[in-house]
Design a protein around this ligand. Structure first.
Ligand SMILES: Nc1ncnc2c1ncn2[C@@H]1O[C@H](COP(=O)(O)OP(=O)(O)OP(=O)(O)O)[C@@H](O)[C@H]1O
Length: 219
């Protein structure tokens, strides 16, 4: 569950990136977050990951009110969240397998347990036969799927994506969005920032629309 209660975010440089935003995304729900460039989509996702702090209001993820978390609680929060970025941020000096294994190494999984989970994640995104390859040798759609495998390998309760289809053609974009739907079907709460309106309208999910930092539509 993700809950925003009267959340505002003012950057020191003078921008009000979010203004009095309130909504609840229930456990197991999938929603798209849309709006023009600069509307505040990335800022909203950063508040959920605690990469930024709100200037006013409260953000809650599961039963955690983020403003009340101590420094030591933050790694635990981050482990319950998976994040997919537009430019997937893969490491090109490591194999596909090693890229997906990274979050598990950070969490201290044993190599055998990590290997089992990495293969399960690669299987879910249809890339099991690519594990030894360097991600540079993959197509951009495949690279994005490696990024998704890395985001879900630790079975997060919440999956966030920031313009995950930004560089992809319409067919690959739809395939990526269908993958998110699959994770949602097994109970993951999913929030996807995208300005690909024609694609997200066709998918008929809840749509949160930001305009200049305000939530102007929810439905
Ligand atoms: N670290 C920052 N410091 C100062 N201003 C920022 C910072 N990050 C974002 N902003 C400003 O906050 C506003 C919202 O930006 P944000 O990146 O959240 O929008 P967005 O909807 O994700 O845009 P895009 O679709 O272009 O990525 C913009 O005016 C932006 O310039």
């Amino acid at each position: 569950m993700i809950q925003f209660e009267h959340v505002s975010k003012h950057y020191d440089e003078g921008y009000d990136a979010l203004k009095d935003v309130s909504f609840t995304l229930n456990t197991g729900e999938l929603a798209f977050l849309t709006g023009h460039s600069g509307a505040g989509k990335s800022t909203l996702l950063k508040l959920v990951m605690l990469m930024e702090q709100p200037t006013a209001g409260h953000v809650q993820v599961g039963d955690q009110i983020l403003g009340k978390l101590g420094r030591h609680d933050i790694p635990f929060l981050r482990r319950s969240i998976g994040v997919v970025f537009q430019n997937h941020q893969l490491l090109f000096d490591r194999s596909v397998f090693e890229n997906v294994a990274l979050p598990l190494q950070i969490c201290g999984y044993s190599p055998a347990d990590a290997a089992r989970r990495v293969r399960a994640a690669l299987d879910k995104v249809g890339l099991l036969n690519r594990e030894k390859m360097n991600p540079r040798a993959l197509s951009s759609g495949e690279q994005q799927r490696v990024g998704i495998a890395r985001a879900i390998v630790h079975k997060p309760k919440v999956l966030l994506a920031d313009e995950p289809t930004g560089n992809l053609d319409p067919q690959l974009s739809e395939e990526i969005m269908r993958l998110f739907e699959q994770f949602n079907r097994v109970g993951t709460t999913v929030l996807i920032a995208s300005h690909d309106l024609s694609l997200i309208r066709s998918m008929r999910h809840r749509m949160l629309t930001l305009k200049s930092g305000r939530l102007i539509a929810d439905g």
